[in-house]
Design a protein around this ligand. Structure first.
Ligand SMILES: Nc1ncnc2c1ncn2[C@@H]1O[C@H](COP(=O)(O)OP(=O)(O)OP(=O)(O)O)[C@@H](O)[C@H]1O
Length: 248
């Protein structure tokens, strides 16, 4: 842990009773088959994230961070426990409704932007809305607005090879916001970036979390960026080794 990270008293994030939490994981366990037995990637993990809150998820390799994101993203069904997005319990939903919930409520940002080589920055955003069957004109307007938010208004017509790594990650962030998600799940967004670009990407994630009131979970190994977030959750051997603590 970085020396700039303050030691703080533990405090569990308390959900507001009046409005459903954008993201609520309660006692989530995930087991993968492993030879004759199973490996427990998540062991009774609980994590509640409020609108406008940004939580850092840290922990050693193999501790379960990606598994937690995959379960929160509704990409992986947990073996046990509750996964609720905006108050909807995902467990009972058939695959089609899970996919629709994910498309409409969850923005996912992976380490690598995975942009399509032949599309411009604006088109990378618009194509998602096309799949959501939204009108093209509105999608164009929204893409322009979001590219402006991420500082790429002047690069809307550039293709991935004409953008820097940091700019590609900004397109990735704008793309994840196109569906107006209430939850943003971010996996090591700075893994391929130098320090300066990493900091500016995390600051951007902080800004969009505030501006769009999304509930953001960011897996990061850069603990120096933890103070830019509201709280830190530490994973070890599939468990949250400490309660979520606010960053002071
Ligand atoms: N598809 C899978 N099948 C079997 N075991 C898996 C699978 N995915 C992950 N695991 C195991 O689950 C545990 C948690 O892995 P996970 O990838 O979630 O950790 P992590 O903290 O994200 O690691 P890293 O920081 O290296 O990405 C590990 O023991 C891993 O080997």
């Amino acid at each position: 842990m970085s020396s700039t990270f303050p030691a703080l008293p533990a405090a569990v994030v308390v959900p507001s009773a009046s409005r459903p939490l954008p993201l609520n994981l309660a006692s989530v366990t995930l087991e993968y088959p492993d030879g004759d037995g199973t490996v427990r990637a998540l062991d009774s993990v609980s994590l509640a994230v409020q609108a406008g809150q940004m939580v850092s998820l840290v922990g050693p390799s193999g501790s379960g961070k990606s598994s937690l994101l995959a379960v929160a993203a509704t990409l992986t069904r947990p073996t046990d426990g509750l996964v609720a997005i905006g108050g909807t319990d995902v467990a009972g939903l058939p695959d089609r409704e899970r996919t629709a919930l994910r498309r409409d409520r969850v923005g996912i940002i992976f380490q690598q932007p995975n942009l399509l080589a032949s599309l411009t920055a604006a088109e990378q955003l618009i194509i998602g809305d096309h799949l959501r069957r939204k009108p093209l004109k509105a999608a164009r307007r929204k893409a322009a607005e979001l590219l402006d938010v991420v500082g790429l208004a002047a690069s809307a017509d550039k293709r991935p090879h004409q953008l820097s790594g940091g700019q590609r990650q900004r397109v990735n962030i704008a793309r994840a916001l196109m569906g107006d998600p209430s939850v943003l799940l971010v996996d090591e967004p700075t893994a391929a970036l130098d320090h300066e670009r990493s900091e500016s990407v995390v600051r951007l994630l902080r800004r969009v979390t505030d501006q769009f009131r999304v509930a953001t979970v960011m897996v990061t190994h850069d603990t120096e960026f933890v103070p830019l977030t509201d709280a830190v959750a530490t994973m070890r051997d599939g468990r949250l080794s400490a309660p979520v603590v606010p960053v002071g």
